[in-house]
Every structure is written in C-alpha cells, then in structure tokens.
Design a protein. Structure first.
Ligand code: GTP
Ligand code: MG
Length: 214
C-alpha cells in the first residue's frame, strides 16, 4: 500500500514535469535544475552567471527554499525576473510548484530558465521538474568522497560544477580521486572546476550555457 502511494506521487510528478517540458520547449526556453547540499554555492554561481550573461541571454530564475526569500532577494539585485518558492519544510521542489512559479514569469521574453533547488544533495534528484539539464554543484570543503557517498544525484546529473576550488590549497580534497569517482558513476558527466567567489574557471561554464541556448 505504502509503495503504491509513493509511486503514484512520482507518476503525478512525472506527468506534470512533461507538461512543463512541453510548454517550455514550445517557447524555445532551455531549463537548468541546480542541485547541491546547503551552502555549496548555488546562488553565488547564479549571481556571477547572471552578471556575465544577462545582456546576451534573456533569463529568469526560480528559487527553491524551505522558508525564506533570501536567495530571491539576492537574485533580484542582479536585475532579472525571479520567483521564490517556499516548500514550507519540504526537502525538494516538485514539478507542480515549478508550474505555478512559471506562471509568474515572462516566459515569452526569456531563453533560459534557471531553477535553484532546495539545498539537499539527495531528494531533489528524484523529482523531474521538466528541465533540460540537471546540474550538481559540489564544493571542495564538502570533501572528495561525496560523489560515491551520495551517488544518485551524480548518476543523474548532466553537469557537475566543482565549486570553491580556491579552498583546494587548504584542504585534503583529492582531485584525482574526485575525477575517477565521477567517471565511475557517470562517464558522460561534464565537469567544470570553478571558484564563483574568485571568478575562476567561469568562462568555460558560460560557454557551455551559450552553446546550450544556441
Ligand atoms: N571560498 C569560496 N566561498 C564561496 C564560493 N562560492 C560561494 N561561496 C560562499 O559559500 C557560502 C554559501 O554560498 P551560497 O551561494 O549561499 O550557497 P547555496 O548553495 O546557494 O546555499 P543554499 O541556498 O542555502 O543551499 C557563502 O558564504 C558564499 O559566499 C567560492 O567559490 N569560494
Ligand atoms: Mg542558495
């Protein structure tokens, strides 16, 4: 009985994700779903990315958080449309929440929709939102063992942003094992090593987005 309920919830989410995907595809909008543990640097990466690309690529942001509008307030400072979803304690966004947020955005004016998921390295990967690309952010202070310890998101993601590489000097993070483990989990994963804070390695990430949007 319990299993049936869970599978129904997931099926309902998949159906709504398809609705989102079709609508966004019809409008020619590419969609990113950004997933990481709390504090890996998702919003900082978005702030840098918006400043670098907003004059080339019209974009909007959906922010997912348990309670506050802090991240949406940060994004708003950068002059792009943003909607905050509060999950009221829920550990991930779902396609229905995203569908409602999409209705608040100027979809006819954008080419890229970036969704920052709730800070959680596990649950969000199970819920398709209708995205084109799933992106996992891992930050150096979290440790190089995290891909193997939390494999689901790394298996499902298309891109990994290894953030806070400015910390490499101060930590025992082993880049060789990190790349080896990523390859063993997902040999199609594209990895960009960046420091959003120091703005290192960002140009390759921006080029990836330019190519994605086309
Ligand atoms: N040293 C360093 N700090 C960073 C970098 N990127 C982000 N930070 C810092 O990490 C902290 C968390 O960054 P956020 O961008 O808020 O992280 P987040 O993933 O959006 O956090 P949640 O939304 O709460 O999950 C902030 O103090 C940032 O300034 C980086 O490349 N290097
Ligand atoms: Mg954030």
């Amino acid at each position: 009985m319990q299993i049936k309920v869970v599978s129904n919830v997931l099926k309902a989410n998949e159906d709504m994700a398809e609705v989102n995907r079709k609508l966004l595809q019809a409008k020619g909008i590419k969609v990113l779903n950004i997933i990481s543990s709390p504090g890996a640097g998702k919003t900082t990466i978005l702030e840098r990315t918006i400043d670098a690309l907003k004059n080339e690529i019209p974009l909007a942001v959906i922010e997912g958080d348990l309670m506050t509008s802090k991240d949406a307030e940060r994004i708003e400072q950068h002059g792009v449309p943003v909607v905050q979803i509060n999950t009221r304690g829920g550990c991930h966004l779902d396609a229905n929440m995203v569908n409602k947020a999409m209705a608040e955005l100027p979809l006819d004016e954008i080419k890229l929709l970036i969704i920052e998921n709730v800070g959680n390295l596990v649950c969000p990967s199970t819920f398709d939102l209708g995205e084109d690309v799933k992106i996992v952010v891992l930050s150096v202070p979290e440790g190089d063992d995290k891909p193997l310890k939390y494999p689901t998101t790394f298996k499902k993601a298309d891109v990994c942003l290894l953030n806070k590489i400015d910390f490499l000097f101060y930590s025992n993070f082993n880049l060789d094992s990190f790349y080896k483990d990523i390859e063993s989990l997902n040999d199609e994963m594209q990895v960009f090593a960046i420091s959003a804070w120091k703005e290192e390695g960002m140009e390759e990430w921006y080029n990836y987005l330019r190519k994605l949007v086309g």
